[in-house]
Ligand binder design. Structure first.
Ligand code: CAA
Length: 257
């Protein structure tokens, strides 16, 4: 399948991955999600990249959900065996990802934003899970990640009514890290990404791994897991450099070793 839906711009040590289907409000068809997963994996494997920004082309939408035209004629078997593998590949990316959301993040669009580790939203952003209005429900993790992020009752409200919430509401509910003036979401997300990219890469990777484990394992296991990763960082040169620089009252230079 020729690549056509995703743009990648490198600004080492960060990279911007853009969903480039603005005429369809960046609706996510299977080929698009597979293409995105491939680019994210390539960047994940590249030591020169330390943080990834994920955004949608245009100011109208991050992504208005899965592609309804494509889904409309799908069978249950298509849905059960189809492209959700690509979503799992995105879930497994180890480097920090920041979603820069301008306009709609609906359905699969909101679910994709929640695959990121932080969300920066334009003040005009709108979030929601409108699947119920189509007679279906979330399929890319919406019920699970929302419930773990904004709680049961707000998740029920969003998923059972299909209503959209504003960037301010999403921020108040803990779904968004920063609200920025309309159109500034990408620049502000890039600033945040550069801040993350300055840090020790192994520490950043293990932090992501440990925080995500908090959604999966009991507390006791999570605490053990964190302790192991913490100890492992003492095998890195960056741990020595970070502590040396602190004691010398200097800025550390992390090399990812
Ligand atoms: N799938 C396919 N095409 C879409 C789309 C989607 N999710 N969202 C928008 N589009 C297309 C429209 O069909 C339209 O295309 P044409 O110009 O060829 O007609 C174009 O994008 C522009 O959209 P609108 O004219 O509808 O723009 P609007 O400003 O009037 O409305 C909107 C914007 C409220 C976001 C509206 O487009 C909308 O409701 N979109 C659907 C949102 C939705 O239901 N998302 C959930 C999908 S299901 C899902 O995501 C399942 C899952 O969990 C994996």
């Amino acid at each position: 399948m020729p690549e056509q839906y995703i743009l990648v711009e490198r600004e080492d040590p960060i990279a911007v991955v853009t969903i480039n289907r603005p005429d369809k409000l960046n609706a996510l068809n299977w080929a698009l999600v597979a293409e995105m997963a491939g680019h994210l994996e390539t960047l994940d494997a590249d030591d020169a990249i330390r943080c990834i920004v994920l955004t949608g082309a245009g100011n109208k939408a991050f992504a208005a959900g899965a592609d309804i035209a494509e889904m409309s004629s799908a069978s249950a078997i298509d849905m059960a065996t189809g492209g959700f593998e690509s979503w799992d590949r995105i879930r497994r990316i180890k480097k920090p990802i920041i979603a820069a959301v301008g306009g709609y993040a609906l359905g699969g669009g909101n679910e994709l934003a929640m695959h990121a580790d932080m969300i920066v939203a334009s003040e005009n952003a709108k979030f929601g899970q409108p699947e119920i209005l189509l007679g279906i429900m979330c399929g890319a993790g919406g019920t699970q990640r929302l419930a773990r992020t904004i709680g049961k009752y707000r998740t029920m409200e969003l998923c059972l009514t299909g209503k959209q919430i504003t960037a301010q509401e999403a921020h108040d509910w803990g779904l968004v890290n920063q609200i920025v003036p309309a159109g500034q979401h990408l620049e502000e997300a890039k600033k945040l990404a550069r801040e993350v990219a300055k840090q020790a890469p192994h520490a950043a990777r293990f932090i992501k791994e440990a925080v995500l484990a908090a959604f999966e394992v009991p507390l006791q296991d999570g605490l053990m897991y964190e302790k192991r990763l913490f100890a492992l960082l003492f095998a890195t040169e960056d741990q020595k450099e970070g502590m040396r620089a602190f004691l010398a009252k200097e800025q550390p230079t992390f090399k990812g070793r």
